[in-house]
Ligand binder design. Structure first.
Ligand code: ATP
Length: 376
């Protein structure tokens, strides 16, 4: 549904039960199901070796799935050669033609496609100015900074208006200031062009700032898919809870007991909270009566308060404070476990932790550890 010069392209990608087992037996991708919508910016996130590049290479047609289906625009694409997939790809090592000017580098794919010089020149100018490299079109790659070179590589990839843009860690060779700047540019540009994008990274800041949705992988298995707010706020698995966010989410083992006269005991380590029924913290856990669970609590959902504050609070001792400029974190021992909270006025060396500010977000049950005995 695309032509060479500018007609709308619609591209959706769907992976159905896609598995890749390499010849040496490595199960790089394991039964992955994922839908990427038209115009969406999807980020594949996960640690090194989790299979994200392999997913991308299968979508590009550079690698065959061992089983399952790669669908492009609703049609089975498993046997479609890469050149027929209307896909552009940018890698970490962006190889430009050193003897060509920036303008010629960007124009190269259009020349290959036989586009006339005038529309070609206009398209190159448009793309270059969108990427902020309009003033270096006459230079050779050796006369550019790393960031400019990556912009040229991106310009060359996107100049044919692919239906689908695949990027594998395109920013990982750049310094951190430049990375942050290019992040915004890349997501801005792809949104402006409305091009569906799959972007691979192991950098969660990149993922959370750029993505419409994030797909988190671990050892070939898809763990969670959702908007940055969803995967951060309500991670689907313990792994995702621990993987996303800095500081790491507090993960505390607890047991739950619902009393008939309508209050809930939540035992965390050596401490117990006695929570009235209408305390939102009760609601979060009441369903797990008689069970041992892991409760996940973000630092920003917990507030230290003065020792002996009223209300049911956890008692802790401040081990140390860490200042980050825009926030300060307090690391507390609350018995057997340590937790981290937003400092917010913690003083001295003792503090109690209330759910106060973050009552609504006090916690999320991440995992059942042991089932209830007998009843229900
Ligand atoms: P990175 O961020 O380090 O690139 P990744 O998440 O992109 O990691 P992949 O490159 O997809 O991971 O690799 C997934 C797994 O498959 C790894 O264990 C890797 O060693 C393995 N693998 C990749 N290519 C091959 C191959 N051609 N033959 C055998 N195993 C491979």
């Amino acid at each position: 549904s695309a032509d060479e010069l500018g007609e709308e392209t619609v591209t959706t990608v769907a992976l159905k039960d896609v598995t890749k087992v390499f010849a040496d037996g490595t199960r790089a991708v394991d039964s992955v199901n994922l839908d990427v919508n038209d115009g969406e910016f999807m980020v594949l996130l996960g640690p090194s070796g989790c299979g994200k590049s392999t997913v991308l290479r299968m979508v590009a047609g550079l690698e065959d799935p061992s089983s399952g289906a790669i669908m492009l625009d609703g049609e089975l694409a498993n046997d479609l050669p890469p050149r027929d997939r209307k896909i552009a790809m940018v890698f970490q090592d962006f190889a430009l033609y050193p003897h060509m000017t920036v303008g010629d580098n960007i124009a190269f794919p259009l020349r290959l496609a036989g586009i006339e010089p005038v529309p070609r020149g206009e398209r190159v100018t448009d793309v270059a100015s969108a990427l902020g490299i309009g003033d270096v079109l006459g230079r050779k790659p050796s006369q550019l900074s790393g960031g400019q070179r990556q912009r040229v590589a991106m310009g060359r990839a996107i100049v044919r208006r692919p239906g689908l843009f695949l990027m594998d860690e395109p920013l990982s060779n750049l310094d951190s200031g430049l990375r942050a700047e290019l992040r915004a540019e890349i997501s801005g540009l792809t949104r402006e062009l409305g091009v569906t994008t799959i972007y691979v990274t192991h950098d969660q800041a990149e993922a959370l700032t750029m993505a419409d949705r994030v797909a988190i992988m671990r050892k070939g298995v898809l763990q969670d898919v959702g908007t940055p707010t969803q995967v951060y706020g309500r991670p689907a698995t313990l792994y995702v809870a621990a993987f996303l966010g800095s500081p790491r989410m507090n993960l505390l083992e607890a047991s739950v007991y619902v009393h008939l006269d309508r209050y809930v005991t939540l035992t965390l380590g050596e401490q117990a909270l006695y929570l009235p029924w209408d305390d939102i913290r009760s609601r979060a856990v009441a369903h797990y009566h008689g069970e041992r669970i892991v409760v996940g609590m973000r630092a920003e959902a917990l507030t230290p308060v003065a020792p002996d504050s009223p209300g049911d609070v956890l008692h802790g001792r401040i081990r140390y404070l860490e200042h980050h400029g825009h926030e300060s974190l307090a690391f507390l021992d609350i018995g057997a476990t340590a937790i981290v909270v937003d400092e917010m006025g913690a003083r001295g060396d003792a503090a109690d932790v209330a759910g106060q500010r973050g009552l609504r977000r006090f916690g999320q049950v991440m995992q059942r550890l042991a089932g209830r005995a007998g009843e229900e």
